[in-house]
Design a protein around this ligand. Structure first.
Ligand code: ADP
Length: 258
């Protein structure tokens, strides 16, 4: 019989778990309950099958490493009606001793992208787990997706699953400033990929060559450019300009359906 860990399901969203503890909780739960999740969704591969018109309503957080996507995503996550999911956080929470964990760690520690198939597989499982735990409620919440798509191929894949309202492009002209932020983050968040200068430079090259072209895949009217050099509150203010209308639309759609 399928048993849900009710103590997890009933946890209020404002509890004091930090994002790493929460990601670890989901990953640990996933590892133990993947077969159960497959039963829950009644599909053979454990993925959430959603009709094309039931894609998750989403906003993409886009920009180079260290620009503040995680910081802003974390702030938005404290507002009811937003669910922030960072693909990088999901990867970092995987048990490094597992087969997937070893493979993922190899790519991350070199500053390379994790291959698309593995990325999508892990991402879908994480989304399913957050839904099963009622942390993410697709009908009520706007998904703030941070770190995906990261190449042109991933654009098509995410479009199958997401109804994207806008792409928030955090811009910062000063690469040295971002490198500085990454170095500080290495200490604060104990991130191996942030500690090594060569790995940091590789990530910027990957961003310029492979990730930046993603922006051209979206209609310019969907892309909301935000100057990431400002204070966190100022950057948030600008992000909210495009996030509030999307949330209002979701609220209105839900009211109509009730
Ligand atoms: P940053 O905040 O520096 O942009 P992230 O935490 O988003 O870094 O990602 C860390 C690492 O995780 C990336 O350097 C990459 O190796 C891997 N990664 C994250 N998202 C993706 C993705 N969508 N596809 C492939 N690899 C990814």
């Amino acid at each position: 019989m399928l048993r849900f860990p009710m103590h997890h399901v009933q946890q209020p969203r404002s509890e004091s778990l930090n994002k790493y503890q929460l990601s670890s909780l989901v990953t640990a739960w996933l590892t133990r309950h993947t077969p159960a999740l497959q039963i829950f969704h009644n599909v053979p591969d454990g993925s959430t099958l959603m009709a094309p018109d039931e894609r998750y309503r989403s906003i993409l957080l886009f920009g180079p490493p260290g620009v503040g996507k995680g910081t802003q995503g974390g702030i938005l996550a404290t507002i009811p009606g937003f669910f922030h999911l960072s693909v990088g956080d999901v990867f970092r929470a995987i048990d490094i001793g597992s087969e997937n964990g070893k493979e993922v760690y190899g790519y991350i520690s070199r500053g390379e992208l994790v291959p698309d198939e593995l990325t999508i597989q892990i991402w879908k499982k994480a989304v399913d787990a957050y839904i099963a735990l009622s942390r993410y409620k697709p009908r009520e919440d706007l998904l703030i997706l941070d770190g995906m798509p990261r190449n042109v191929e991933q654009v098509e894949i995410v479009r199958e699953h997401l109804h994207i309202s806008s792409v928030i492009y955090l811009e910062c002209s000063d690469q040295e400033d971002m490198v500085h932020r990454i170095r500080r983050r290495a200490i604060r968040e104990n991130r191996a990929d942030d500690a090594n200068e060569d790995v940091i430079r590789t990530r910027f090259k990957v961003y310029e060559n492979v990730t930046a072209p993603v922006l051209k895949q979206f209609d310019a009217s969907m892309v909301h450019r935000v100057d990431a050099n400002g204070s966190p509150a100022e950057v948030l203010y600008s992000i909210l300009e495009s996030v509030i209308p999307a949330q209002n639309e979701l609220f209105a759609a839900n009211r109509e359906a009730e």
